[in-house]
Structures are given as C-alpha cells and as structure tokens.
Design a protein around this ligand. Sequence first.
Ligand SMILES: [Mn+2]
Length: 389
Amino acid sequence: MKILHTADWHLGAYLGNFSRIDEQALFLQQLCRIVDENGVDMVIIAGDIYDFSNPPAAAEALFYSAMARLHEMKVPVVAIAGNHDSAERLDALTPMISELGVHIFANPGTVEIKAGGNGQSAIIAAMPFISEKRLNEAIFSGSDEAAMQKQYSAKIGALFSRLTADFRQDTVNIAAGHFHIAGGEEAKGLERDIQLGGVFAVNPADMPAADYIAMGHLHRAQRIKCGPAAAHTAHYAGSPLPYSLSERGHPKSVNIVDILPGRAATVDRIFLDCPKPIEIWTAATAPEAIEKCRQAGQSSAYKYIVITEEPAISAYDIKEMRGLAANIVSIELAADKPGTAAHIADALQELSPREEFANFYAKSKGTPPGERIVSIFDEVLSESDEEIS
Ligand SMILES: [Mn+2]
C-alpha cells in the first residue's frame, strides 16, 4: 500500500502582502501528478490545510478542486485539523465531503480505509491540534510551567494511545497528528508565536507505537525517534512551500510511504518545485541595492533587502527598488544590528510594518487585506516615511 503524507498547506497564506495562491495551485497540480505517477492509494494531510480559520474563497476553491481531482482518481484522503484551521468549519463539511472519500478529523478519532489492490486496509488514528485552552481546565493544576508541559504531553499521549488500541495485526497502522514533538526543529515566524515558547510540546516517549507516524506543524521536513523505547519514528512532512524567511533554502517535499501489514515502512521523499524561493539580499548602500534590483531582471524570488551601512533610506530609493525588481517583501536597514548574516536574518524575523498590518487586519477581520487596502496602507506608510527622511 502506498500512502502520500503531506502537511501544512496553509492555503490562502501571504508573505508580506504577496498572496501565495498561484504557487499553491501549482503545488496541488504537482501533488496530483505525484499521486498518479507513483500509484498512491491514499493521501494523509496532517493539518493546517488553511492559513486562516476563515479562509479566503480562492483557498477553499483550491482545496475542493484538489479533493474532487483525487476523488476522480479514486484516492481516499484523511485530513486532520491544525491550529490554523477552524476545526468546526472543517467538521461542518463532513456530511458532504465524506461522499468524496475525504475523511476530516476535527476531533480525535480513528478510521479504517480499504486501499491498495490486495484488499488491505489501513487504520488511521488521528490526533488533530488540541489547543492548551481546550485542555486547560481539564488537566492543568498549578502554574508550574514544567509540570504543565508534562501534563499536556501525558494527556495527548494517553488520548493517542486510546486511539491506537484499534490497531490490528492484519492492518497497516498509521498515527497522524498536528502538534510539536519536543526536540523537533521549528521554523521561526509562522509557527513560533503559536507555541508559547515550546511549553506545549509532546515528549517523544509519550508518542504511541505505529507503523508510520504522519505529523504536521513543523515546517521543516524531519524525523524524530519516539514512542516506547524510541523504537518508532515520527515524520514531519514539512510545508510544501517556504512560508517564512527562516524556511528559505529548506528543500520542500512530500513523503511516499510504501507499507504492508506487519512489515517495516519504506519512506521516499519526493521533492517539490519551488517557483518563488525566499532570498535575503544584502547591500552596503542604497545605490548598490538599486543596482542589484536593476540586474535582478525577471527573478521571481521573494526578496528581503537589507542595507547594511546606511543609517536611513529614502522613500525615493525604496520606490526605485520596487520599480526595478518584483516580489520585494521588505527593505530594511541593518543599522541597529550590524554583524553577521545570521544577525541580519535574525533581525529580519521582526515583521515589517506591512506584515504587522496584514496580520492585524487578518486577525481582526478574519480575512487577509485585499490589494486595495494594502495599497492604501502603503500610501500612508510612505507618506510617514517621507516625513521622517
Ligand atoms: Mn500548525
């Protein structure tokens, strides 16, 4: 039986004020091609289908058309809710989307799916994201952080073990989850602020035993030894696109898991196209940065421009750079944080005013700002820039 494991699609996501929807459409085309070419029997999406609990219509359209395409190919899908998804909204779809062979888990549960030519079945024990808020009153006593961490980990572990009790010897036994396993390497930015300093992570030893553990939440693809006696391996598929500066240069992939009941799984990474990589461009001065932009030509990369040796930059220079090169996410000064590239990358973790505005707008309105709103914000911002410089 062949299972494709993917996660953290974040459909509808923005980088600065750039929508990622076109790249996401290309990813889903590639996904369907990979399913077809590899004879995949089932797809598991380990959470964060959407970037927002109230996703834009274009993101929903992408998701549904991908599900319809997989249904045409007779490939069932198991999807679990991540912390960015609204579990309730996903759950509301269940009566309709289950007709397409798509099993959505807003709450912990299991499903048995017949897949593959030989009449085999897989049991999937699904543990969607459960916020500390939802567990809060039930489990936390006292206010000691270490104790809370331990209780959270033990509670998730116990819930998960209860699900995996459904596993049988004649089935392929899969655990799927969306949370942080302690020891996993997180990307900064998108994921960082949700994890409360890593307090709410699950201890590897609390993870259940399974033939394959399909994880989502960490955007860097990675494996973590876990379960009783560290005899099992949790796989983070990682996101299909780089969604924050700290993910630049990460190879993005999906996992193809070849597995039979009672046999060890073989896991292949299939690498994905990255039509718009994320880059940091450093230049000593504004004229140097402008020259780089002039030479960039058709470079489609998202660019974070850092001017290292000037105390200020004029709105005129910013305008010129933006006129010469596409996809400039931000133009910043390293004046306050001189030194190594690492320092510069670190400094860039701070959000640009535009990103902060987009986040604030999305949080308060439940939908990202449209182009018109962003351009009004830009106008106001550049006016205030001009006043300062
Ligand atoms: Mn997540």
